[in-house]
Design a protein around this ligand. Structure first.
Ligand code: IPE
Ligand code: IPE
Ligand code: MG
Length: 238
């Protein structure tokens, strides 16, 4: 049987459709979605999974109506304020990846505060992908590596996997073992391209605000049945 996943990543999708089904405004879905985040984070930590990475806001999401973007940013600040105590109680360390500099100051300040105040926690690393795009992440890495090559800090023939990884926003994360996407969409949407190279993918029709502990359980039991061969034959890994 395969080992439990060390790193789970989730594309939390379907907040808008959840709200629509209830006859509510999209934002009601985001509020309920934030509650799901809180429940699932605690549950994943309880299961002793070391890394959880959540796609909270993509670079592409910046093209949504300004009102929705602003409300999402406000919700992020209030969720960070609300969850801070619980993160510490559960010994969860918060990290963030993405183009954090262009986030509103209110978000940046709250985020930096919680990151700093949880940095000694060892139970689980919770990484929020904010203003995140995997292609942008790779472009930034290539730019920095090119500069280093130009300045003779790195020799081109020595560029390998670890050179690339060490220049990504996600450099401190291990490969993703299990990638979950809710809401029935079966796509990656520019999330963690490098780190999902060999991830097991799990898609569920459940909308993110409806995603419960039982749904996580189902994803994990489905994962357990997989055979991760990494290019080898079935016989080789038995
Ligand atoms: C995911 O839910 C949350 C974010 C992308 C911020 P959506 O807002 O994408 O919900 P749908 O896809 O419209 O249902
Ligand atoms: C992906 O969801 C981003 C997040 C979950 C934060 P979207 O709902 O924005 O993805 P697409 O654009 O429909 O693929
Ligand atoms: Mg969506």
């Amino acid at each position: 049987m395969i080992k439990p996943p060390e790193h789970i990543a989730i594309i939390m999708d379907g907040n808008g459709r959840w709200a629509k089904k209830q006859g509510k405004k999209r934002f009601a879905g985001h509020i309920r979605g934030a509650e799901t985040v809180s429940e699932i984070v605690e549950e994943v930590a309880r299961k002793k999974i070391n890394f959880l990475t959540l796609f909270a806001f993509s670079v592409e999401n910046l093209s949504r109506p300004k009102k929705e973007v602003n409300l999402l940013m406000k919700l992020l600040v209030s969720s960070l304020k609300k969850e801070f105590k619980r993160l510490n109680e559960n010994k969860i360390r918060l990290c963030a990846v993405g183009d954090l500099n262009t986030l509103p100051n209110s978000v940046k300040n709250e985020l930096m505060f919680v990151i700093e105040k949880t940095k000694k926690n060892k139970q689980m690393i919770l990484t929020l992908a904010l203003n995140y795009g995997a292609k942008e992440e790779i472009i930034e890495a290539v730019k920095t590596i090119s500069m280093k090559v130009k300045n003779s800090i790195i020799s081109p023939e020595k560029v390998d996997e670890s050179t690339i990884i060490s220049h990504l926003y996600t450099r401190n994360l291990p490969p993703v073992d299990l990638l979950i996407r809710t809401s029935g969409e079966e796509r990656i949407s520019n999330f963690l391209l490098w780190h999902i190279a060999y991830a097991e993918l799990y898609f569920t029709k459940t909308l993110w605000p409806d995603f419960k502990k039982e749904d996580l359980e189902e994803a994990l039991s489905n994962y357990k049945k997989r055979e991760r061969r990494f290019g080898k034959t079935s016989e080789q890994i038995k």
